[in-house]
Ligand binder design. Structure first.
Ligand code: HEC
Ligand code: HEC
Length: 200
């Protein structure tokens, strides 16, 4: 896990230090985000896709970065600064803007694991205390209210998130995810994140 972290960190330094792909016609406020989050906010290297994400979730994460609750290494390195001076009404508008962009699936998981991932997603593994993700994230992983859409997010991003909760990092105060993630082993994480990366 440590080694994966370092590999990601090097990728980020190499790719986020230069400008990511940028769309013409975006406002300056949007470009402040998409130069890392990619064309149309579809995600770029370690900066996740924001397109199609639930706006209440986007706003809750912006608050978590601002209040330094979400404390993963990339959050500290990139997002604490990016939102430090963002007024709440601009955060609200950006969240609604990104939520309305049709999301594209990353399709970067391992197809061989997708069926197993779907079964864990829908039913959990009761004998291992693994919760059905479906119960909170919805039947097609589209999310609800401030519970995020997972469908189509990149395999690497999802995997890092699930590993980081297990390592004691935080995201949102009162989140059930540290408890959920603690029950997942490497095989379950690989299966779930592969399945989710292919969902539209
Ligand atoms: C310098 C690069 C960079 C910039 C600029 C940037 N981001 Fe990010 N953003 C990231 C990275 C990297 C992550 C992943 C953090 C993690 O892994 O915990 C992230 C994560 C996020 C998340 C969490 C998404 C999720 O699914 O949990 C939101 C929301 C977000 N950024 C919104 C924004 C907004 C809004 C802006 C513009 C005001 C912005 N970002 C600008 C790099 C950036
Ligand atoms: C009891 C409800 C609940 C269950 C069950 C649940 N989640 Fe979550 N999940 C949440 C909430 C609430 C959040 C947002 C707060 C946060 O990020 O900590 C979240 C966030 C996430 C995120 C972050 C997405 C992003 O964009 O960064 C991932 C990944 C995730 N869950 C995966 C899973 C998986 C995989 C399962 C099944 C093994 C699962 N969740 C089960 C409630 C749940």
């Amino acid at each position: 896990m440590r080694r994966i972290g370092l590999k990601f960190a090097l990728t980020v330094i190499a790719s986020l230090a230069g400008a990511g792909p940028v769309m013409a016609g975006e406002s300056a406020a949007v470009r402040n985000c998409t130069w890392c989050h990619g064309t149309n906010a579809q995600g770029y290297t370690v900066a996740p896709r924001l397109a199609g994400q639930r706006s209440l979730y986007l706003e809750s994460q912006i608050r978590s970065f601002r209040d330094h609750v979400r404390d993963t290494p990339f959050s500290k390195q990139y997002m604490w600064n990016a939102v430090a001076a963002l007024p709440p009404d601009v955060a609200h508008d950006l969240a609604r803007y990104f939520a309305a962009i049709p999301p594209k699936p990353a399709n970067d998981g391992d197809r061989n694991y997708a069926a197993k991932g779907r079964s864990i997603y829908m039913e959990g593994i009761p004998e291992a205390n693994i919760a059905a993700c479906y119960a909170c994230h919805g039947p097609n992983a589209e999310g609800i209210r401030d519970i995020p859409r997972l469908g189509g997010l990149s395999h690497d991003y999802l995997k890092t998130r699930l590993q980081q909760w297990g390592q004691g990092y935080h995201s949102t105060a009162g989140s059930p995810m540290p408890l959920v993630a603690r029950t997942l082993g490497p095989d379950e994480i690989e299966a779930l994140t592969s399945y989710l990366s292919f969902l539209n």
